[in-house]
Design a protein around this ligand. Structure first.
Ligand SMILES: N[C@@H](CCC(=O)N[C@@H](CS)C(=O)NCC(=O)O)C(=O)O
Length: 270
């Protein structure tokens, strides 16, 4: 059976969970608590040297990087197919994946890390946090996480993340004015790649309040979230207590940013 190493509310993991659910593929899970750096044990680093989740293991195959994992799943389980037939739509699908991998995801910790991980790190104290972060293989990641730990939503990455989310919604609006899904009439890997960021933003309580969601995007989201196959994945993520905790921190962050950034409201609705 496929084994997925993942973490709830990690959008890269959610991409994979969504694809597996939509294809009706059974899998077993290993949850790695990122706040405790369970992703940096020797055993896990031996299958994914970056120490990042997700990783998908299928017998001898060990697949890392969520976009590569989506391709692998698509090749192994082609039905239903999430690759558009129309050449231009296929190209656009790749461009969405690139946007997610190169722009949205690198900015995302500016919101997600501060909401999900920082509150727990503040309770652990400086020494424990520095020791854990020192184990991260990538120096840029180390620096970024320590910056988010000390500065919280005052970190420049947070402001950048909110800008990127705004841009993402605008890009989606333009695409969805043309077709019901991002690349045509049916869901593709583009939709699967981007939906997790919006479900997370909604769980953080920042989506509707700070980011007026264009009608096109709201309709798109409702259609996808309403798919029967996705409901088990969406519902089993986190407890309602944790969910309230997360949304309280998320809302606070939004207010902090809104009061700091002049003209923020006009900016997000442009
Ligand atoms: N490009 C990678 C990014 C993976 C990534 O950043 N994963 C995050 C969670 S969404 C992670 O494992 N962070 C752990 C850490 O930084 O300690 C992918 O798409 O799989």
């Amino acid at each position: 059976m496929l084994r997925l190493y993942h973490y709830p509310l990690s959008p890269c993991s959610e991409k994979v969970r969504f694809a597996l659910a939509l294809k009706g593929v059974a899998w077993e899970e290993v949850i790695l608590d990122l706040a405790e750096k369970e992703n940096l044990t020797g055993a896990y680093l031996s299958i994914n040297s970056s120490g990042c989740i997700p990783t998908l293991v299928n017998n001898e195959d060990i697949v890392v990087e969520s976009t590569a994992i989506l391709d692998y799943i698509e090749a192994l389980f082609p039905d239903p197919c999430f690759l558009p037939d129309v050449p231009m739509q296929r190209a656009n699908m790749r461009l969405w994946a690139k946007w997610v991998d190169e722009v949205l995801h690198p900015a995302w910790p500016g919101i997600a890390w501060v909401v999900l991980v920082r509150p727990r790190w503040l309770q652990m104290g400086d020494q424990a946090v520095h020791e854990m972060v020192a184990k991260l293989p990538d120096p840029k990641r180390r620096e970024r996480q320590l910056d988010l730990y000390s500065a919280g939503f005052s970190a420049s990455l947070s402001e950048h993340a909110f800008d990127v989310l705004t841009k993402t919604l605008h890009r989606m609006d333009r695409a969805l004015e043309e077709t019901p899904m991002l690349c045509g009439v049916s869901p593709s890997l583009a939709d699967i790649s981007i939906l997790p960021y919006l479900t997370a933003a909604r769980a953080f309580g920042i989506l509707d309040e700070g980011f007026p969601v264009p009608a096109t995007v709201a309709r798109w989201m409702e259609t996808l979230i309403g798919l029967d196959a996705l409901s088990p994945v969406l519902k089993t993520q986190i407890s309602s207590e944790r969910s309230e905790e997360i949304s309280a921190v998320g809302r606070k962050s939004l207010h902090t940013l809104m009061s700091r950034k002049s003209g923020f409201e006009q900016h997000v609705t442009q």
